[in-house]
Design a protein around this ligand. Structure first.
Ligand SMILES: C[S@@+](CC[C@H](N)C(=O)[O-])C[C@H]1O[C@@H](n2cnc3c(N)ncnc32)[C@H](O)[C@@H]1O
Length: 215
């Protein structure tokens, strides 16, 4: 249990908030580790929507899911019309930026208070092009939308990487946003290493206490 990566800690911390059959979102698909964790957590009757701007990430995630015997996979390209509720349970891999996280079917599921968990693991694709990274203005927009979409008693988890220049700007912007949110609506924890550099990754865990919060 010791010496595990921050992303695995995230999984341990959020696991109790995800039930079989839930609807969950991975806003930064990357190599698919978080998507695979979410798929396992919601089981065969759940719905997973995962976003990434890079085709390489979608391909890596798709391969990882196939290796793990997941076959209900649906690829949604930028130009695809994705306006109706999907009729099938499964895993939807969307080649979309997460600022569009409130696509029509997802908004509809949010209105029905069905989305229990949204994950963000910011930064660049490990093993990919480091210049393609998340950017604070887009990240803030996506996080604000996620706080609206997640259901009452649901959870939003953010991992930031202040070790690179854009990641540091993003981390500061996110902490600024979160510190201004009312404790009547959200319980927000920041998890950071006390015996490592300030540049080490950080996690923010946001529990939504009440459903009637909108930006
Ligand atoms: C650190 S990786 C995510 C790791 C991933 N969750 C995993 O389990 O392997 C960050 C990912 O965020 C993606 N990303 C950056 N900006 C994005 C955006 N605006 N919308 C969606 N994905 C974005 C990058 O392409 C990259 O693949």
């Amino acid at each position: 249990m010791f010496e595990i990566r921050i992303t695995e800690r995230v999984h341990q911390l959020i696991q109790p908030y995800i039930q079989s059959g839930d609807v969950v979102l991975d806003a930064t698909m990357g190599n698919g580790n978080d998507t695979l964790f979410l798929a396992k957590s919601v089981g065969n009757h759940g719905l997973v929507f995962s976003f990434d701007i890079q085709k390489q990430a979608i391909e890596a995630t798709r391969n990882q899911l196939i290796e793990n015997q997941y076959d209900k996979l649906f690829l949604i390209q930028k130009d695809d019309q994705f306006k109706k509720m999907p009729s099938e349970e499964g895993i939807y891999l969307l080649n979309h930026s997460h600022e569009n996280i409130d696509l029509i079917p997802i908004e509809q599921l949010a209105k029905e208070q069905k989305i229990s968990c949204i994950l963000f693991n910011f930064g660049y694709l490990p093993g990919g092009d480091k210049t393609i990274t998340s950017h604070s203005h887009v990240s803030l927009e996506a996080v604000k939308k996620s706080l609206c979409l997640v259901k009452e008693k649901g959870i939003v988890s953010l991992v930031t990487y202040p070790g690179h220049a854009e990641g540091q700007i993003e981390d500061l912007a996110i902490e600024h946003l979160l510190s201004g949110l009312s404790s009547k609506y959200f319980e927000i924890l920041k998890i950071s290493y006390v015996n490592r550099s300030e540049r080490a990754p950080k996690q923010y865990l946001i529990y939504k206490l009440r459903g009637d919060w909108y930006v």
